[in-house]
Design a protein around this ligand. Structure first.
Ligand code: CA2
Length: 146
């Protein structure tokens, strides 16, 4: 299992930086991943990134992480508020989960206030834009005892 961190991103996050910069910021997902990757290199941990617009692909990736990954950082995007399947997959693999959001979901529309993921996560970070991912990575290092 070693010290591998898996960073999962859900639907539409591939559009990051292109639209709605007032809500989600101006950095692309690739830029965010590059920054986190640099930190991982410095910390001597392995890191893998995966983005999908498809719920089932995210479920598959979570299942494949079993026995291979030590911590999952996930921004489930819209699936945060809908997906029992992703919650059940995260719960089944018994890998510590950190939920991350760019925006403060509690300051937005009511339907974003409920997260199906929060109950199976060790913790949640929301509202700091791209920096939420840096904070989530720091939290992952903490969970790995680094
Ligand atoms: O704040 C977050 O990170 C969210 O997970 C982002 C999701 C949203 O449904 C959640 O409520 C909160 C949406 C991601 C969509 O990303 C876009 C990026 C650029 C342009 C349009 C959408």
């Amino acid at each position: 299992m070693g010290n591998k961190i898996l960073v999962l991103n859900g639907p539409n996050l591939n559009l990051l930086g292109e639209r709605e910069p007032d809500i989600y910021g101006t950095k692309s997902l690739h830029e965010i991943e590059r920054e986190v990757s640099e930190l991982a290199g410095k910390a001597g941990v392995q890191i893998e990134f995966f983005q999908s617009n498809h719920e089932g692909e995210l479920v598959d990736k979570i299942q494949q992480a079993r026995g291979v990954v030590s911590c999952i950082i996930i921004n489930p995007a819209a699936f945060t508020h809908t997906s029992v399947a992703i919650r059940d997959a995260l719960s089944a693999v018994k890998i510590p989960v950190i939920e991350v959001h760019l925006s403060n979901i509690y300051g937005r529309e009511d339907f974003r206030h409920r997260s199906y993921i929060a109950g199976v996560a060790r913790g949640q970070i929301a509202g700091f834009g791209a920096y939420s991912y840096i904070l989530a990575f720091q939290a992952a290092l903490h969970l790995l005892g680094k």
